[in-house]
Design a protein around this ligand. Structure first.
Ligand code: ADP
Length: 758
């Protein structure tokens, strides 16, 4: 049901939008139709005006030509003896009158056949220089243009030509003489144009005005004749009034009643408006037809309907789009809210599930977890935590935690300072790992040794605070201790029979004659016991490196390295170099072990027959730290092994032929890390291996101090065996208990050197 309503709502938007679009388009189409009709109307009116203007222009021009011609004729009528100068003066203004299409104006005189010679002489005398009359035969009377003023585009002359050759002209002349008024000819090609190429010839016509004297009995003198070229006339007049937007055709009805097109002027475009008017010129009917393209007629509208159509369609589209957006917007918003609500519900369920899982985990795990806010207020304390802390009531005041929970250092006696507690350190922003402390209170009177990891609360928790995770390591430590005791005892118990075996073997060697065949076997027994003793030593050293307490003091690293190398090269051929080395703060015995291991490996892992070499130098290190590099030119360590050789018992394939336990570098790492430094390995650029380690730098002591330190060093070195020995004893590494000095330990250093040389 809900979904159907939803679907209906969704459909309403597009429907409404389509309705708006259709209505918009309909209105636009109607508007365009109306506009077109109005425009057509307007165009018709404009066309009417233009046509009227064209008609008026044609008629006015013709009337003007006639008027000018008749003025000329009237002037000529007043002269008894018309000379060229008179004609010239009278017709000169025509040059400036801009008579469109006018070819020439002439004074035409009738001459009888018998009078030809006298007339020629007479007109020559009056100024028609070089006039030679050529009468055409077959007529009594001939018409000659004796004075001619060419107007636009007229070069040739027709002086002397008998005009009777042009029937249309002759007819007009006769007509005008007969009616005593201006007559217009039928169209024909002007005599003066007949020598032009046919394409340049135009249908033309002439106006002829008769010249009658004003005497009581008027005497006929001749004609003033004006020739007009039809095409030039029509184009000129129509172009002037319509600026090229109007086409026009001028049609004359001839004396025989036939219609002849004088000129036809066409402009580009599709003429859809046509007008036609008839008018009278002289005694002739002329017709002017004008045509125009509605789109090109200025003031007729043109592009407007197209623009309205485009604009209207666009607006309708926009409006429909708007309606669609508005109509569907609500539905969309509602759908979005539904989706968001669903997501929120899912997220809430998921986080509730997660919180449930987290709570279950916290309830189930054996590790204690405690979370506090920045004031120390307990936010989370899981059951394991409560059990381990042995109290049921939480205390919110960190100053009272020590007493409330009974927190002690690992010795089980010294109260733990509040500032050192992992939770407080974490509140200060410090992380801590494996901090060991003892909890002893009324509920846990026997005391529990716990290991605590502390961290500042992750920012994702949303509030500042700290978290600690802690576990009971009492049992673990007891087990480790037992194991160590066991290892110590085993080592101790093994070493004694081993020493005995070796002693007896040495005595036997001494007693046997030098060439006795059994000597070699006994020498092997000595070697094997030495190797076994070496292994036991290494295992003990491994334990010592982890558990023996550090006796930190300034150590002259240079002296120590020299001592180590001296011992190492005593019985072998080798080269070495020692750079200037700083003083460091370290446990001298352990540091010696570290250097001895690295130098020993440098001398051991060389190709057979090659002379071993070692270089020990100081390299740049961060402020307050020394970086020592121990480099050799030996067999090198493949890249794949570099990260693993510090693990216990890892040996490279290349080392297969060399004696070793795979524990030396693991011990080195323990020693360096217990000093707070780091150890690593890289290829030696010249071939071989380059180990490095870092130690805290110590200021070089003054002379007295140096002496004291030197003595301490010697003491420390002498005690080396004793320190190693201490590791074998029960109780080592147990919280709060210092290792016991060993008394019954044979000096092993020389023997160890012997073993190293194999
Ligand atoms: P061990 O020498 O007893 O095998 P180490 O822990 O001292 O054990 O060394 C681990 C392994 O690292 C060696 O077995 C050897 O493969 C490789 N190694 C250590 N030092 C060098 C060295 N200077 N040159 C080449 N390989 C070395």
């Amino acid at each position: 049901m809900g979904r159907r309503m939803h679907g209906e709502r969704r459909a309403a938007g597009p429907l409404l939008a389509t309705g708006v679009l259709l209505t918009g388009l309909l209105v636009t189409v109607l508007a365009v139709g109306g506009l077109r009709a109005a425009q057509q109307d307007k165009a018709e009116r404009v066309m009417d005006q233009r046509h009227a203007m064209a008609l008026a222009a044609v008629q006015t021009e013709i009337a003007r030509y006639r008027a000018l011609l008749e003025t000329l004729a009237a002037g000529a009528a007043t002269q008894d003896e018309l000379t060229w100068d008179d004609f010239d003066a009278a017709s000169a203004p025509l040059d400036d009158a801009k008579l469109i299409g006018a070819a020439a104006v002439a004074y035409v005189a009738p001459v009888r056949t018998g009078d030809l010679a006298a007339a020629q002489r007479r007109w020559r005398e009056r100024g028609a220089a070089g006039l030679t009359l050529h009468a055409s035969s077959g007529r009594d009377e001939h018409y000659f243009a004796v004075f001619v003023r060419p107007l636009t585009g007229s070069e040739g002359t027709v002086g002397g030509t008998d005009l009777a050759g042009a029937a249309e002209l002759t007819a007009a002349l006769d007509e005008s003489r007969r009616i005593h008024a201006t007559a217009v000819s039928d169209t024909y090609v002007l005599l003066r144009d007949r020598r032009k190429p046919v394409s340049a010839q135009q249908q033309s016509f002439v106006f002829a005005a008769p010249i009658w004297t004003r005497a009581n009995t008027p005497e006929f003198k001749g004609w003033m004749v004006l020739g007009l070229r039809g095409r030039s006339f029509v184009s000129g007049v129509i172009d002037t009034i319509s600026q090229g937007q109007l086409s026009g055709t001028l049609i004359a009805t001839g004396s025989d009643g036939r219609e002849v097109t004088i000129a036809d002027r066409s402009v580009p475009g599709e003429p859809d408006l046509v007008r036609q008017s008839r008018f009278v010129v002289g005694d002739r009917q002329w017709t002017l037809v004008t045509r125009a393209d509605i789109g090109r007629l200025p003031g007729a509208g043109g592009q407007a309907p197209g623009l309205v159509l485009g604009g209207g369609a666009l607006l309708s589209g926009l409006l429909a789009g708007l309606v669609q957006v508005l109509a569907t917007g609500r539905a969309r918003a509602r759908a979005q809210v539904e989706v968001a609500t669903r997501e929120l519900r899912e997220a809430e369920a998921a986080s509730r599930r997660q919180a449930g899982v987290l709570a279950a985990v916290l309830d189930t795990i054996g590790d204690g977890v405690t979370v506090v806010d920045e004031t120390g207020h307990m936010l989370v304390e899981n059951p394991a935590g409560k059990r381990l802390m042995g109290t049921t009531v939480s205390n919110h005041h960190p100053e009272e935690w020590q007493q409330h929970y009974g927190v002690y250092r690992p010795d089980g006696r010294t109260p733990m300072p509040v500032g050192e507690m992992p939770l407080i350190r974490a509140l200060r922003g410090e992380s801590s790992d494996g901090v060991e402390l003892v909890i002893r209170n009324a509920v846990r009177p026997e005391g529990v040794l716990i290991s605590v990891d502390g961290r500042p609360l992750d920012p994702s928790a949303g509030l500042p605070g700290a978290v600690v995770v802690f576990r009971d390591i009492t049992e673990l430590r007891r087990y480790e201790t037992d194991l160590q005791v066991f290892a110590g005892v085993v080592a101790h118990d093994l070493k004694a029979p081993l020493a005995l075996t070796r002693g007896h073997a040495e005595v036997a060697l001494d007693e046997l004659p030098p060439d006795h065949p059994v000597r070699e076997r006994i020498a092997r027994i000595v070697q094997s016991t030495d190797r076994m003793d070496d292994m036991i030593e290494t295992l003990l050293a491994y334990t010592t490196a982890r558990d023996a307490p550090l006796k930190l003091a300034p150590v002259d690293l240079g002296a120590l390295v020299r001592d180590v190398i001296d011992e190492r090269v005593a019985h072998r051929e080798a080269t070495w170099s020692i750079g200037p080395l700083p003083w460091v703060r370290a446990d001298a015995g352990m540091l010696r072990h570290l250097l001895d291991n690295l130098v020993g490996n440098a001398f051991k892992y060389v190709r057979p027959g090659a002379i071993p070499s070692v270089e020990v130098v100081a390299a740049p290190a961060p402020e307050g730290w020394a970086r020592i590099e121990v480099a050799d030119t030996g067999i090198g360590i493949p890249d794949a092994d570099k990260s693993r050789i510090f693990e216990t018992f890892h040996r490279t394939e290349e080392a297969a032929g060399y004696a070793g336990t795979g524990l030396g570098l693991a011990i080195c790492r323990r020693i360096v890390e217990r000093h707070g430094g780091e150890i690593g390995v890289a290829d030696n650029p010249g071939g071989g291996t380059r180990f490095h380690f870092t130690l805290e730098e110590a200021p070089m002591p003054d002379d007295d101090e140096q002496e004291r330190v030197q003595k301490a060093l010697e003491r420390a070195l002498a005690e080396r065996a004793a320190i190693l020995e201490a590791a074998r004893l029960p109780g080592l590494g147990f919280p709060g208990i210092e290792p016991q000095p060993a008394e019954d330990q044979p000096a092993r250093a020389p023997r160890q050197e012997r073993q190293r040389q194999d």
